[in-house]
Design a protein around this ligand. Sequence first.
Ligand code: AVI
Length: 313
Amino acid sequence: MILLRAAQALLMQHEDIIQGLMQPVAQISPKYFYDQLGSKLFEAITNQPEYYPTRTERILLEQRAEDIKRAIGTTHTVIEPGAGNGEKAQILCDILKPQCFVGVDISAEILQEGVARLRHADPNLDARAVIADLTSRVQLPDEIPRERRLVFYPGSSIGNFDPPQALEWLRQARAWIDSSGGLLIGIDLPKEVDVLEAAYDDADGITARFNRNILSHVNRLIGSDFDPSEWSHQAFFNPVASRIEMHLQADTSQSVHWAGGGRDFVCGERIHTENSYKYPLQVFAGMLRQAGFARVQSWTDERGWYALLYAQP
Ligand code: AVI
């Protein structure tokens, strides 16, 4: 049964990728960035001087720890979708001292290491890993108590969903908690275009490697023959949609094949790999209200680049 489900999941992934590649403007979902190398490259991105979100959020969490703790109060369980290596969970668990932590992520190995690290830091913490794809509805194990849950979604990861999906995601977070719970979420705010574009095109080329690596991952997943060295990294701000867009642009005309199909790309043609939305604070607070969160508090860094919001039903 488990093997059958795994085979079905692989088949769906295969279809999902090919369907994206066959669109008039080819696209690959950003969830395929995160194979083992992709996860390492993302970690390296967060340490680049140009990539301010992770650093700004960490400083904000540390500087406003007391206010955040006062706003949230007693928390029984912290649930972190996309927990990765658990680094941010560690900061929050130090502040809130919950009894239970549930990390949810698609990258099993990194999540399990992160959860083990949290357990090691506090042997009294009941830390668990739930391996799941956050782009579909996630069912949390029944044994996790419903009272006083805090859903923690840092890193401005919500920005990688298009607005309707983001709203759907917020509704799912609302469904995970009861009236005693809340959501602590990080969002990246609009700012000067130069700052935004540099963050997604660092001088050391780490983001470019991260973007191109999606093609190697896709090659392994669908047996295609993309040559990543034939593609250039593109990142620019789209002011109409208020988002950074990442694309891969073909340096030459080429044919790419996979079992049962393929596609020709002309020189200069692009594959759209990621959007990263930058929401004004009031717009995002409105989305939270639409998703069923009636009370919203927020904290912003002194440059006004990034915000943490605490939302309650
Ligand atoms: C994971 N996510 C919030 C990152 C972002 O900023 O949108 C992904 C990323 N892509 C390129 N650099 C970082």
